[in-house]
Design a protein around this ligand. Structure first.
Ligand SMILES: Nc1ncnc2c1ncn2[C@@H]1O[C@H](COP(=O)(O)OP(=O)(O)OP(=O)(O)O)[C@@H](O)[C@H]1O
Length: 315
């Protein structure tokens, strides 16, 4: 199966001279959820805007469903829905009308059955006659998604879908996105919340200073970069680590009650069994043992850690 989006050596230099994208090549498969991560000003919005035909690239090509976004833009645009970062709705327009109007913008005839399906799937059907001004923040965001889906796109772009929303609403949005994927829609989202990418995305792409640093399946990324930690809580405090335990990746908390062991969970021998039996052999009582996997946040920081410069901090 060929990818739904093919990005080939894409670059963008804005008139002011900013190199927002540098030689980005990426294929996006149909039906996946791809999360684009990167610091402020990394180039995420520029990438999405080019694919959606809102910004003209300096170099390179993009094809959506096989259609070149420049020479065959109408067909390419028809396959794409975009949910922008900012909530921009006509305050006095009714929900159903607003969504139907967007469909009309694509020159498509009304399709009440599709409209109903979209509104129902986003739990907006009961609100179809409400004016948008009266809706909660979460409902407004769902209206934006409904508008982006009005012309039945195969790809949906969500630019920071949960920026500034509370935890409950964020989870609600995640459910909506999963529902879209279940319907076969390809979803590309940008986010600053690493938890969001870790939770939802099949693949993660990291952009820094306009360069695509990597694109990998989320699980693989976590597996490869992720380290694990085992924390052993002791019955009685230790005053220091036994000499033969030094240089084994062990640290003792200042109060002597907690041993922390860092290990590579992919290694053939993690050393956990040996450590636990050494603890038992010394007659040290153990109150509790817990393990913790490093999070995408650690992976992300280790990737872009050396690449953040004044350029981004200013951005
Ligand atoms: N219309 C524009 N004209 C000139 N420069 C721009 C324009 N839009 C973006 N830029 C610059 O291009 C760079 C990339 O910006 P972009 O908005 O794509 O980043 P981003 O990763 O989406 O950031 P954020 O996470 O803050 O939304 C930044 O340095 C930005 O200042």
């Amino acid at each position: 199966m060929s990818p739904i989006i093919e990005i080939d050596h894409l670059s963008k230099r804005y008139a002011a001279g900013t190199e927002a994208l540098r030689d980005v090549t990426l294929n996006i498969e149909e039906g996946e959820i791809l999360a684009l991560l990167g610091p402020n000003g990394a180039g995420k919005t520029t990438l999405i805007s080019i694919i959606c035909g809102l910004v003209v690239p300096t170099d390179g090509t993009v094809r959506v469903g096989g259609h070149d976004i420049r020479t065959d833009w109408r067909a390419a645009r028809r396959l794409i829905g975009l949910v922008p970062q900012e909530i921009a709705l006509e305050p006095f327009e009714k929900v159903e009308r607003s969504v139907a109007f967007t469909r009309g913008l694509y020159g498509l005839p009304p399709d009440p059955a599709w409209l109903e399906r979209v509104l129902r799937s986003l739990a907006l059907w009961d609100k179809r006659d409400s004016i948008t001004k009266e809706l909660s923040g979460g409902m407004k965001r769902r209206v934006l998604i409904a508008k982006a889906l009005a012309h039945r796109p195969r790809v949906l772009f969500l630019d920071e879908p949960t920026a500034g929303v509370d935890v409950a609403l964020r989870r609600e949005m995640w459910e909506v996105v999963r529902g879209l994927r279940a319907e076969g829609v390809t979803v590309i989202l940008t986010t600053h919340y690493l938890e969001e990418a870790e939770e939802m995305a099949d693949r993660v792409g990291v952009i820094s200073r306009g360069r695509l640093m990597l694109v990998r399946p989320t699980a693989e990324l976590m597996g490869e970069f992720g380290r694990k930690q085992m924390v052993v809580e002791l019955d009685d405090p230790l005053t220091s680590l036994p000499e033969e335990w030094l240089d084994r990746g062990l640290t003792l908390s200042p109060d002597g009650r907690r041993l922390t062991y860092d290990y590579d969970h992919r290694a053939e021998r993690t050393g956990i069994g040996r450590l636990l039996s050494d603890i038992a052999a010394r007659g040290i009582g153990v109150r509790d043992v817990a393990t913790e996997q490093s999070r995408l946040e650690d992976v992300f920081l280790s990737l872009i850690g050396n690449d953040t410069g004044a350029e981004e901090r200013a951005g």
